[in-house]
Design a protein around this ligand. Structure first.
Ligand SMILES: C[S@@+](CC[C@H](N)C(=O)[O-])C[C@H]1O[C@@H](n2cnc3c(N)ncnc32)[C@H](O)[C@@H]1O
Length: 303
């Protein structure tokens, strides 16, 4: 960032903090997100009539940060990921790998990718922690074609064998321990048929952008949305802090994410019996280089 840019950014930050103070902790305007309840029940087949299922978990249930408020405003808060060019490129990439087989989306959310992929003729099943995100998907055309199992994608099993599993939009980092991320790869391998592929889209940790001694990096700066990554190198956790101005009110979102390097993901894949098949810097298959800020990696189940 230039000196001018830094000054502008500092002014914006001060204004936001002043707004934060002025607004106080008004319900709906500010705050963190409550823990999710524990689900019970048993999983069902991926494409069966019952569309939302609740499953038991082996360990602690991860915290659900995607509550009703975020679910209802997901597209408005992150419009850039709904751009047709972004969605179409991802869907074409995934449809090519799925072929005539079925696809499993981990963290299916509001169906941003699952719905258009299903409309391309791919059978899609989703695993999702947040009932609110699934409820939002259910308001959209074509949602009936998508089965969803409510649960933690690190451990939740669904019936069926899949040609493709995918985890997009940095969602692997929602698992905040190495053990959970390893479990996720193992869970995916258990769902893939031999030769099936696992696709992950995730950012490259932006540590090169941190000046020595600094821990906070601004990654979105617009007049209505500021977002910062706060890195804790000792625990490999980055807290994302978002501040939006919506209709003159301040809304916030803060959550921890475990950032992870491509090489660590390759090792997780190997532990789960998968090997790297492709790595690109984006959905249009542009080369992955030292300057890439994110990657699309494809591992193939080899055992
Ligand atoms: C960034 S959103 C991405 C949603 C969707 N894949 C997309 O591309 O728009 C992450 C989603 O993953 C879900 N999620 C996070 N951790 C999860 C977990 N451990 N198990 C299942 N779903 C999880 C969240 O509830 C949320 O819907």
């Amino acid at each position: 960032m230039t000196a001018g840019g830094r000054t502008w950014f500092a002014v914006q930050l001060v204004l936001f903090i002043a707004m934060l103070t002025a607004l106080g902790r008004r319900p709906g305007a500010l705050g963190t997100f409550g823990a999710k309840g524990v689900f019970g029940g048993r999983p069902m087949g991926p494409f069966g009539a019952k569309r939302v299922e609740f499953v038991a978990h082996n360990g602690p249930v991860p915290k659900d940060y995607f509550d009703e408020r975020i679910a209802k405003s997901y597209e408005a808060k992150w419009p850039e990921i709904f751009e047709p060019a972004v969605v179409d490129a991802a869907v074409s990439f995934l449809a090519g790998l799925a072929g005539s087989g079925a696809a499993l989306e981990l963290g299916v959310g509001t169906g941003r990718i699952a719905l258009p992929l299903s409309q391309r003729g791919v059978r899609v099943h989703g695993i999702e922690l947040s009932p609110a995100m699934v409820a939002e998907m259910r308001t959209k055309p074509g949602a009936d074609a998508i089965g969803v199992t409510i649960g933690d994608f690190a451990t939740t099993r669904v019936e069926g064998s899949f040609e493709l599993a995918y985890l997009v939009r940095n969602t692997i980092t929602n698992l905040t321990t190495q053990d959970e991320q390893v479990q996720c790869f193992q869970n995916v391998a258990a769902h893939l048929r031999p030769g099936g592929c696992f696709v992950v889209e995730v950012y490259i940790p932006e540590l090169q952008r941190l000046p020595p001694g600094e821990t906070v990096h601004a990654f979105t700066v617009t007049p209505t949305h500021l977002a910062f990554e706060e890195y804790d190198l000792a625990t490999q956790i980055a807290f994302s802090h978002h501040y939006w101005v919506v209709d003159g009110r301040l809304e916030t979102f803060t959550a921890p994410f475990r950032y992870v390097w491509p090489s660590e993901l390759d090792l997780m894949a190997r532990l789960a019996g998968m090997t790297l098949r492709e790595r690109w810097s984006n959905w249009n298959r542009e080369p992955f280089t030292s300057a890439s800020r994110s990657h699309i990696s494809v591992w193939q189940r080899t055992t």
